[in-house]
Design a protein around this ligand. Structure first.
Ligand SMILES: *Cc1c(COP(=O)(O)O)cnc(C)c1O
Length: 406
């Protein structure tokens, strides 16, 4: 191991960022310098259990050996070609990702927001070319409380004022309806509708799990109305909920699935739009692209991620340990927890506001060696790596109990 080039302390590094780094985040005061599995270590050598896992970008833990090996091997051979040429890693990545998700085709991109933007473009093109919506009239139905990323089009249909205000004017063509309200979706859909775009579980909103029948209802309704169901599984997908995709809970196959975060194995940004041939088939050369999208390093890591998920082991762990998490949180209801929602290894926990904001609770947990992050107000999100052990998970729940009791 080489020593870190920067020998400053955590406090010094935090202070050094202030004048030179845009203030678009408010991180917890911990400076991580190395990590393995579910554990990270700060500059002073203090260890923390990572109960956030990069918002699900680290579903397989930090530096999973199989993913690191895939990346290393690829670094020694080929890293980037651009799509001006073919590369020898992309075909297998697309074949295996399509098979894993039960879809036909893959459009590789980099970040989640780009996958969402690409999904919007593809849905609109499909509406004009296949459905026959008059030019520039296509609409997309989205849900209040959504989080789909940070680009101008995407924040334009956010209902979070902090995320959108000051960034207009925005892209037209979006209709916002309440989440988990099938009748509202039905009322918003008409002959101009290209797609209904929703998260199967709303992550940033506080792990909001819709009522039984909602996802199946959206599937049925969109099929009947002749529009697309686009599922943003960037945070909910790839094992987090105990399934490969969260929509599988209701046996739903969307027309388009957006993936990101864990697809990059915690190593490089990898995202993708996966969908039917009818939809992704509308794109022709020159109509969409990305210099880095589908690069051989991303494809090699993405293929290794798919290979891990093909075993079913991580989905099983998330389902099994999800029971431990749910039972543990149930025990804490009335002991500082006022309510929670969970699915697999993913929970939004509403803490009694009298005990402090979600931020304050997160800082106290940090001092106990547990890293989590608040979402809104007094809600904290738990999303450990799917490699976390039962003992580690129970220890984290114990720390939460201790912090809430103090
Ligand atoms: C994180 C996230 C995105 C955006 O992904 P980035 O890689 O940060 O651009 C989009 N949709 C959902 C549901 C997310 O959780």
């Amino acid at each position: 191991m080489t020593a870190p080039a920067d020998t400053r302390t955590s406090d010094e590094l935090i202070r050094a960022e202030e004048p030179v780094l845009a203030h678009n985040y408010h991180p917890l005061p911990v400076v991580v310098s190395r990590a393995e599995g579910a554990w990270v270590e700060d500059v002073e050598g203090r260890r923390y259990l990572d109960m956030l896992a990069g918002y699900s970008a680290l579903n397989f833990g930090h530096r999973h050996p199989a993913l690191i090996e895939a990346a290393r091997d690829q670094l020694d051979r080929l890293t980037l070609t651009s799509r001006a040429f073919h590369n020898d890693r992309l075909a297998e990545f697309a074949e295996r990702l399509a098979a894993l998700t039960g879809q036909d085709m893959v459009l590789p991109m980099n970040t989640g927001a780009e996958a969402v933007e690409s999904g919007i473009k593809v849905a609109r093109k499909w509406a004009y070319e296949v459905k026959g919506v008059p030019a520039d009239r296509a609409t997309i139905v989205v849900a209040a409380g959504n989080f789909h990323g940070r680009t101008t089009t995407v924040v334009g249909f956010s209902t979070d004022e902090t995320a959108r205000s000051g960034f207009g004017p925005f892209t037209p063509g979006f209709r916002i309806v309440p989440y988990d309200d099938l009748a509202a979706v039905e009322a918003a859909v008409d002959e101009t509708t290209a797609a209904v775009l929703i998260e199967p579980i709303q992550g940033e909103a506080g792990v909001i799990v819709p009522g039984e029948g909602y996802l199946a209802g959206v599937r049925e309704l969109t099929r009947r109305a002749g529009c697309l169901f686009v599922a943003d599984e960037i945070q909910s997908g790839l094992g987090r909920t105990g399934r490969t995709l969260a929509v599988e809970d209701e046996g739903v196959v969307p027309d388009v699935v957006l993936l990101g975060k864990a697809l990059g194995g915690g190593i490089v940004p990898v995202s993708a739009v996966v969908g039917s041939r009818e939809v992704l088939g509308v794109l022709r050369p020159g109509e969409h692209g990305s210099t880095f999208g589908g690069n051989p390093l991303a494809a090699a890591v993405g293929t290794a991620v798919v290979e891990l998920l093909e075993t079913g082991e991580f989905q099983r762990r998330a389902a099994d340990l999800g029971v431990v998490l749910r039972d543990g949180l149930t025990e804490l209801v009335g002991k500082g927890v006022v309510g929670f929602r969970s699915r697999g290894l993913w929970a939004g926990v509403d803490v009694d506001p009298a005990l402090g904001t979600g931020r304050a609770i997160s800082e106290r947990l940090m001092r106990e060696g547990i890293l989590v992050k608040d979402t809104h107000g007094s809600t904290i999100r738990l999303a450990p790596p799917l490699t976390v052990t039962e003992d580690e998970l129970r220890a984290a729940l114990g720390s939460l109990e201790k912090v809430l009791a103090s």
